[in-house]
Write a protein that binds this ligand. Structure first.
Ligand SMILES: [Zn+2]
Length: 172
């Protein structure tokens, strides 16, 4: 009987420990901790990899001039990746013409590929969008977008790199 009680207690301890572990990882998923590896570099390293405009936008939270970027008017199909770390961010199937002069999307390719940050600069309340892997500033998200999400992810071309749909396929 005493052995049985001992076994029961050991079993309950194991269940409790595994239960807590399970709960912890669910919580982490909910707050958007990316499953993919972090990319962290210092400013000197980013400067070497980026143009001045890409560095200013992504690492200094800059904004490119409207209608000046490479992608606001782009009709090519493919996937926009983070210019800093290459993480896929937006599919061109979700791009729409917002008339703002910045590439605009109604949803990211994966919710956990971006992180949202409250931005109270410029005396307005906005929501900043950053890359979840390398913290690159990408742009802002507004609640005046089209269906089905009603969201408008207003991005800087300088933060993105388009990989066209047929890239990588052998030419025929
Ligand atoms: Zn990134």
């Amino acid at each position: 009987m005493r052995i049985f009680a001992g076994c029961l207690i050991a079993f309950l301890v194991v269940v409790a420990v595994f239960g807590m572990r399970g709960r912890q990882s669910t919580l982490q998923e909910r707050i958007g901790t990316p499953m993919n590896g972090r990319v962290e570099k210092d400013d000197d390293e980013w400067r070497k990899r980026l143009t001045d405009e890409q560095f200013r936008v992504t690492r200094r939270k800059g904004t490119e001039r409207a209608f000046s970027g490479a992608y606001w008017n782009s009709k090519k199909e493919g996937v926009f990746e983070c210019v800093c770390c290459g993480q896929p961010l937006f599919d061109t199937a979700t791009k729409f013409d917002s008339g703002t002069g910045w590439p605009s999307f109604f949803k990211p390719i994966e919710e956990n590929h971006i992180s949202l940050v409250a931005d109270n600069s410029l005396f307005t309340r906005r929501t900043e969008v950053i890359c979840s892997r390398c913290d690159a500033h990408l742009g802002h998200v507004f609640e005046d977008g089209p269906a089905p999400t009603g969201l408008r992810y207003c991005m800087n071309s300088a933060a993105l790199k388009l990989t066209p749909k047929d890239a990588g396929k052998p030419s025929q």
